[in-house]
Ligand binder design. Sequence first.
Ligand SMILES: [Zn+2]
Length: 255
Amino acid sequence: MLSIIKNYIKKNTGILIRLDDIAENMNWNLMNKAEFLFEKYKIKPVLGVIPNNKDNELLSYPKKNDFWEQVRIWKSKGWEIAMHGSTHVYDKDTKNKDYFGHGGRSEFCGHPIEIQMLKIKDGLKKFDIEKIKIRSFYAPNHTYDKNTLDALKVSGINEIIDGYGLMPYTENDIKFIPQLFYKLSSLPFGIQTTQIHLNYWKQKDFDNFEKFILNNLNKIITYDQALEKINNNLFYKFINVLTKTMLKIKRILKK
Ligand SMILES: [Zn+2]
């Protein structure tokens, strides 16, 4: 009996490495080190690529001229290239009415569906020109509304790397891979996604990341392995609601 439980836990525990704000302008020093690390440990991360980056804060980082060639190389290694917004510019306030109740500013949430479709179309167009096929998406600042989900589906995307819970799940005909914590953390059970912003990191943060990788090497999974874990049973639905409530309370207490 105990071995069955142990086996179940092992089978359903995993960490998906997701790097955010991958764009022409970024902290290339740490990105090169991250690439070396992933190669060394045979890790296939998710890279959230911003197709038409116009975010002034991000534009202040060094530019790589052959960026898109680099993205194609990453893709050819089996890394998951996800679309992370289109311009990464926040032009709406969610007024806490966003899908995940995250609050804050947004590139998508609050815009009419036609505008959101255009934004997604612009993003996909860039990937298309660069001959990179996209199947997954996550919005800057975790902010979506129902229109974002509809606009994504109309555009042929039905996988989002965001959401609550311990297991990937389907909701509104979209596959969600949960992303719970800002800090690197390892849970004893469940599939979780990291949220790594190399641009804000110092060498010390990177060293901690390397330690995290080494300590959790047997838990690190690929994007496809995460998709295989989609589980829509009632227990996990309940856990989704529970994690959402807990994280919302935590955020309110922090404010
Ligand atoms: Zn971002």
